[in-house]
Design a binder for this molecule. Structure first.
Ligand code: FPP
Length: 247
């Protein structure tokens, strides 16, 4: 890593407009944490509550974890909000989870206070088979737009996301374009071409499966499994997951 005195050469003409911190942030490898937020239903059942109460608690936990992650200088936090497979859940539960996405994407003031930029990955809304209601599309677009100027952590919500669909689409795009099929070109055709590789993947609630999440992006990630259900996940667990990352 460059020390401040070495950086003075940048200030003396080569890169006069860049601050020390912005130069360091370019040099430092970004830290990317991804979360499969499992166990909301079990958390609720244990308390004699409906599953929806577990999801509501899960959204509140997510909001706390987002704040904790941005304070820890995590550069990218990517969470699995709703999978392409989740549409088959009971209608009322799907409606409730969609409403929670609207709530999360509506936390603009909180996100701006913490300098967090919102991002989304998932099946494009104009793709055949897309079921994302217009009110969720609007909430996603608005959150992205209203936080676009922020320079801190990037919060990516995977909504109507499935990794196999993402990879199949990327391969199809490559074949159509006639470009060579290689790692670099396939990466360029993912939903978000700027998401760096995941450093640590968290999965809560005692399940040790990947569930079709970011299969390409986690190729070299550490995996942190915890028995705690997502509503009980906290900053202490986040630190334990971060400790797995090689420096
Ligand atoms: C898994 O719990 C969770 C989900 C399918 C949905 C994730 C949604 C949230 C955490 C709510 C807030 C998040 C956002 C992005 C608004 P489960 O229902 O599979 O739990 P179970 O395995 O115990 O039944």
């Amino acid at each position: 890593m460059l020390v401040e005195t070495e950086l003075s050469s940048f200030h003396s003409g080569i890169l006069p407009s860049l601050s020390v911190s912005s130069v360091l942030s370019v040099i430092r490898k970004p830290v990317h944490v991804a979360c499969i937020m499992d166990g909301n239903g079990r958390w609720a059942r244990k308390r004699g509550l409906p599953r929806t109460a577990g999801h509501t608690a899960g959204e509140e936990t997510l909001s706390d974890v987002v704040r904790a992650a941005s304070k820890r200088e995590i550069d990218y936090l990517t969470v699995f909000g709703f999978s392409t497979e989740n549409w088959v859940r009971p209608r009322a539960e799907v409606k409730h989870i969609l409403g929670l996405h609207k709530k999360l994407f509506g936390r603009i003031a909180e996100l701006n206070e913490n300098n967090i930029r919102v991002n989304w990955i998932g099946r494009p809304f104009d793709e055949p088979g897309s079921q994302t209601p217009v009110y969720v599309q609007r909430a996603i677009r608005k959150a992205i737009q209203d936080t676009a100027a922020n320079t801190g952590m990037v919060l990516t919500v995977a909504f109507d996301y499935g990794s196999r669909a993402e990879l199949t689409r990327a391969a199809e795009k490559l074949v159509k374009s006639g470009e060579t099929l290689n790692v670099e070109n396939l990466t360029k055709n993912l939903y978000d071409t700027l998401l760096p590789p995941v450093d640590v993947l968290v999965r809560t609630s005692g399940e040790s499966r990947i569930s079709n999440f970011l299969l390409w992006q986690i190729s070299n990630a550490k995996i942190y499994f915890t028995d705690r259900p997502w509503p009980d996940f906290d900053a202490i667990e986040l630190d334990a997951a971060l400790a797995l990352i090689d420096n």
